[in-house]
Design a protein around this ligand. Structure first.
Ligand code: AMP
Length: 283
């Protein structure tokens, strides 16, 4: 694996690969913020499998954080990450510093309409604009054929798909299923900041979602949402940020079931200062 920290050196290397490797080289790209876990590695295995070149980026993107403490406490484990990347056959790691990515302040403003006005968009003002700026920049630098994103961040995935559509970016977005711990907790780089007690109870998020999907037939969406709120509120370690039952396109809340329209349950919960998100498909 080769590691690059500058845009120019990465571009030069990728240009060389594109002329020298097998007849139709394709680039699979997995953008991350590091502190890698199995969830990230699954995206990478798939990307490696489906392409001749695997490029991964690790960049803790300051402009997508609306909470300074979250940014400062975000785990940075580049050496450990590099070793993990070798195990999945990563060819190229791009790990730029903040000045390399943002030599001057960013001013781009994306309008994602309703999609950015709910859940993560409502709870974290400016978050998706910061995500869109960095992902577009990374796409322009890496020029991947396919880019892989986890359904753990379902709304982010929808935003990226919309970004590709509105900017006509020549890349295929590949959604990948959520990878969970043995007890069901969705893997996240933030999980390592949980105390042992918080980690122990965190599995209730998953258990609640599983049970809620089972209760769909007996409840309308509003009643089911209230049931989920009650379950999560009963756990003293949890502070609910939001619970939503929404369709899978613009992620707007629904008030009746319609099996023709896909829908999911979404939750965001604080355990102390750590904010976890999860989701589960109903239809
Ligand atoms: P992050 O480093 O948190 O920005 O995540 C990088 C990519 O990995 C994003 O596309 C995430 O959705 C994806 N990802 C993170 N955790 C998981 C997980 N548990 N299962 C599947 N994908 C994940």
């Amino acid at each position: 694996m080769l590691t690059f920290t500058t845009i120019a050196s990465l571009r030069e290397h990728l240009a060389g690969c594109r002329t020298s490797v097998n007849p139709a080289p394709t680039t699979g790209f997995v953008p991350t913020m590091g502190a890698l876990h199995e969830g990230h590695l699954e995206l990478m295995r798939r990307a490696k499998n489906e392409n001749s070149l695997l490029v991964v980026s690790i960049f803790v993107n300051p402009i997508q954080f609306n909470n300074i403490e979250d940014l400062e406490k975000y785990p940075r484990l580049i050496e450990q990450d590099s070793k993990l990347l070798e195990t999945v056959g990563c060819d190229v790691l791009f790990a730029p510093g903040v000045n390399e990515m943002y030599p001057k302040p960013e001013t781009a403003q994306y309008d994602f309409g309703l999609l950015a006005q709910v859940m993560e968009g409502a709870a974290r003002p400016g978050h998706f604009n910061g995500v869109a700026i960095v992902v577009r920049k990374l796409f322009e630098i890496v020029e991947p054929d396919k880019a892989y994103f986890g359904e753990k961040d379902f709304q982010q995935l929808a935003i990226i798909q919309r970004l590709v559509e509105i900017c006509h970016l020549p890349v295929e977005i590949v959604p990948c299923a959520i990878v969970r711990e043995a007890d069901g907790l969705a893997m996240s780089s933030r999980n390592m900041r949980l105390t042992p007690q918080e980690r122990a109870v965190s599995t209730r998020i998953y258990q609640t979602l599983i049970e809620a999907v089972r209760l769909t037939e007996r409840n309308n969406p509003a009643a089911l949402k209230q049931w989920v709120v009650n379950q999560l509120a009963a756990e003293p370690f949890f502070a609910i940020d939001y619970v939503e039952i929404a369709e899978d396109r613009l992620l707007q809340p629904i008030d009746t079931w319609n099996p023709e329209t896909g829908c999911l349950i979404f939750v965001a919960v604080f355990l102390g200062k750590v904010r976890l998100i999860d989701n589960m498909r109903i239809f």
